[in-house]
Design a protein around this ligand. Structure first.
Ligand code: ZZB
Length: 262
């Protein structure tokens, strides 16, 4: 599985855990949909997953934040200075996602100048980087999690999220999909009456439908490639982002399937 690793820069003032780092710091999100980056409204971390901060780049002059498992994979893909070696920031080999919630971020191609790190409780720690960038217009999971935060003040309060970090952020129309309109994920969540991020089966169904229709035949409404099909711009947008130092390629090794029948 080849992902695009999108670099969301942590803006000042930095959260306390990262305050002493001199290098620029990035939350690195794994996505299969680089063409949707125009629609980012926030970034998700799991409050209880353990993340690592480690030096990245040929010169090791940047700091990436992701799960240790994905950092190890990155070290074999030329994303760290030394092949196969992960150089952790001192004291930050492991810390919980909750420490970064509420951080202000600069997200490549996003229409919002600043977005925030918010909690998502369905993030898996064994997939991608454990950092998920949020595109509620085209990802039902992202829309459901953002709606939960908007509807539930106690949920925001639990994680120290202020109203300003959530309420102003609306899904941005970025892709037109025949039959689903220009906010496909919102449309599918409405059709299936999805009430929360925990409605796993309905969300899976909504995601399938959005992927099926939007992955290839969606038409870009925004940016340099407006008017073109998503399938035709996916790769070029990835390349543009990489050329500008705003993204990398990241390959997830195949999971070993352990089968009892052998
Ligand atoms: C931005 C985006 C925009 C995404 C979209 C999807 C969609 P898949 O297909 O099941 O492999 N993701 C990445 N890592 C994780 C994780 N650790 N836990 C939970 N979700 C994760 O899913 C790949 C997508 O799942 C990735 O692509 C990422 O969200 C999320 F418009 O990035 B995506 C219809 C989906 N649309």
């Amino acid at each position: 599985q080849e992902y695009t690793l999108v670099k969301l820069k942590i803006a000042d003032p930095r959260p306390e855990v990262l305050a002493n780092i001199k290098e620029p710091c990035y939350l690195v999100a794994a996505t299969l949909r680089p063409e949707t980056m125009y629609g980012q409204t926030n970034c998700y971390l799991h409050p209880d997953i353990q993340y690592s901060a480690f030096y990245a780049g040929e010169k090791g002059d940047q700091v990436f934040i992701a799960t240790a498992r994905s950092a190890r994979n990155m070290s074999y893909q030329g994303l760290t200075k030394e092949n196969g070696k992960v150089d952790f920031v001192k004291g930050l080999e492991k810390f919980s996602g909750s420490k970064l919630l509420g951080a202000a971020l600069i997200a490549p191609l996003a229409q919002y100048e600043k977005v925030y790190a918010l909690p998502m409780l369905t993030i898996k720690d064994d997939k991608g980087t454990g950092v998920v960038t949020s595109v509620p217009s085209d990802s039902p999971d992202d829309f459901a999690a953002l709606s939960d935060l908007k509807k539930k003040k106690p949920l925001r309060e639990k994680y120290g999220i202020t109203d300003e970090m959530v309420l102003p952020f609306e899904p941005v129309p970025i892709i037109e999909i025949e039959g689903l309109g220009n906010l496909a994920a919102v449309e599918m969540c409405t059709r299936l009456k999805i009430q929360s991020q925990n409605e796993k089966d309905k969300l899976e169904e909504a995601k399938k439908e959005v992927y099926l229709k939007g992955f290839y035949d969606g038409v870009m409404l925004i940016g340099k490639y407006a008017g073109q099909k998503t399938a035709d711009v996916k790769k070029v947008i990835q390349q543009d982002l990489i050329a500008e130092g705003l993204a990398e390629k990241y390959v997830e090794p195949e999971k070993k399937v352990i089968s009892r029948s052998g």
